[in-house]
Design a protein around this ligand. Structure first.
Ligand SMILES: Cc1ncc(COP(=O)(O)O)c(C=O)c1O
Length: 386
């Protein structure tokens, strides 16, 4: 089955008289009449649900669906992307290790590493994941590698295939945050990653109306992650699981439109006066173009960024002139939104640290939505006109 069909059908079996759209099961607990039956279900020897923190039918459907799409044995859904990342790291590296992480990490992930894991004894080595020699050197003595498929905000693509090969050579597990690409555009497990996590808040949900996370991988890794999630209670609620699965059903068509709109807008921005630089992995001249064409031949989604001459004042002027596009500090929804990394994703960094990553006062990140490309381009052209 192709990904488009899998997105529509994954995660459940329909039989005669099944509701075509899944029922929502809000029950915190299920009733049992037989102690042996309860024990068998609680042990996992028999299918069923008994307590909502352990499992729930809506959550199970979402977990299975994302696992199927990513080509994984098993999945676990959590209350947010951060919860998924946390349990994924602890499942792959339960004791303090050195984590080799991408230098251009999502700000929340950086905070988790620095403020929660480092005090617990973990160490972090930050490297530019697009430089394979640096990655190779950093792997010595490391216990985990953490990569984002598309970096934030400048949209570079590390060669996950090559990084997976290096990590495998050294026996170091590789965890990939595949939030920006989704399994429609790239499946990290196919090229050798150990586990994959998502902020399902973004493209998987797709409508900016839920918070959720998913981690997928081998049965062993996911049962370790699940046990920890159950103990610490980072459980995804049934309604959000239902919404995320509803969003997932249209993921294939949305990702194709996001990809088309993203590159169309990137190309158009290049011709607009006042735009000093445009960052999109598929743009002619992008340092990530070769990796993008090889690893994501169907497109790279809706994420791009650009630098505006005139810094913050110019960004504010553009925002005030938009007729359709809005500012919102998230991404992956159906609407085109912009974010301003200096005060959103990268606010925790010093100006010097931001400058080192190429994020300046004129840097704008765009999440291209699924509106008509012409309308998106026209709104930016209007907002940036003199
Ligand atoms: C790449 C990436 N990973 C993880 C997260 C965290 O996800 P959540 O906000 O669902 O906890 C985000 C959120 O912006 C993200 O962009």
């Amino acid at each position: 089955m192709k990904a488009a069909s899998r997105a529509v059908h994954a995660g459940r079996e329909l039989a005669a008289r099944s509701p075509l759209a899944p029922d929502i099961s809000p029950a915190a607990v299920h009733v049992y009449t037989d102690l042996d039956d309860y024990e068998a279900v609680a042990r996992g020897d028999r299918p069923g649900h008994y307590y909502g923190r352990n499992s729930n039918s809506n959550r199970s459907m979402l977990e299975q669906a994302v696992a199927e799409l990513e080509g994984a044995e098993a999945g676990l859904a959590t209350a947010s992307g951060m919860a998924a990342l946390h349990v994924a790291i602890l499942a792959l590296a339960p004791r303090p290790v050195t984590i080799v992480a991408t230098r251009e990490l999502y700000g929340g992930t950086l905070a988790l590493l620095r403020q929660d894991l480092e005090p617990a004894g973990y160490e972090t080595t930050f490297v530019d994941m697009t430089d394979l020699e640096l990655v190779r050197n950093a792997l010595d003595g490391a216990g985990l590698v953490l990569v984002e498929t598309i970096t934030n905000p400048l949209c570079n693509l590390p060669d996950v295939e090559a990084i997976a090969a290096l990590a495998r050579e050294r026996g170091v597990p590789l965890l990939v945050d595949n939030t920006f690409a989704t399994p429609i555009l790239f499946r990290p497990l196919d090229v050798g990653a150990t586990a994959v996590m998502h902020s399902a808040t973004k493209y998987i949900g797709g409508h900016s109306d839920l918070l959720a996370g998913v981690v997928v991988g081998s049965t062993g890794a996911i049962s370790a992650a699940r046990a920890r999630s159950v103990r610490t209670g980072s459980t995804l609620g049934p309604f959000d699981a239902w919404l995320a699965l509803r969003g997932l059903r249209t993921l294939d068509v949305r990702m194709r439109r996001h990809s088309d709109n993203g590159i169309a807008l990137a190309r158009a921005l290049r011709g607009i006066p006042g735009v000093a630089a445009v960052y999109h992995p598929c743009l002619e001249g992008s340092p990530s173009r070769e990796v993008a064409l090889r690893l994501m031949p169907d497109g790279t989604g809706g994420m791009l960024a650009f630098d505006l001459e005139g810094g913050r004042a110019a960004v504010q002027r553009m925002m005030s002139r938009f007729r359709m596009v809005t500012f919102a500090a998230s991404l992956g929804g159906v609407e085109t939104t912009i974010s301003y990394p200096e005060i959103t994703s990268h606010r925790g960094l010093s100006p010097a640290e931001r400058a080192e990553l190429g994020v300046g006062p004129g840097t704008v990140r765009v999440s291209a939505g699924i509106e008509a490309a012409d309308d998106i381009v026209a709104d930016f052209a209007h907002a940036l006109a003199n």
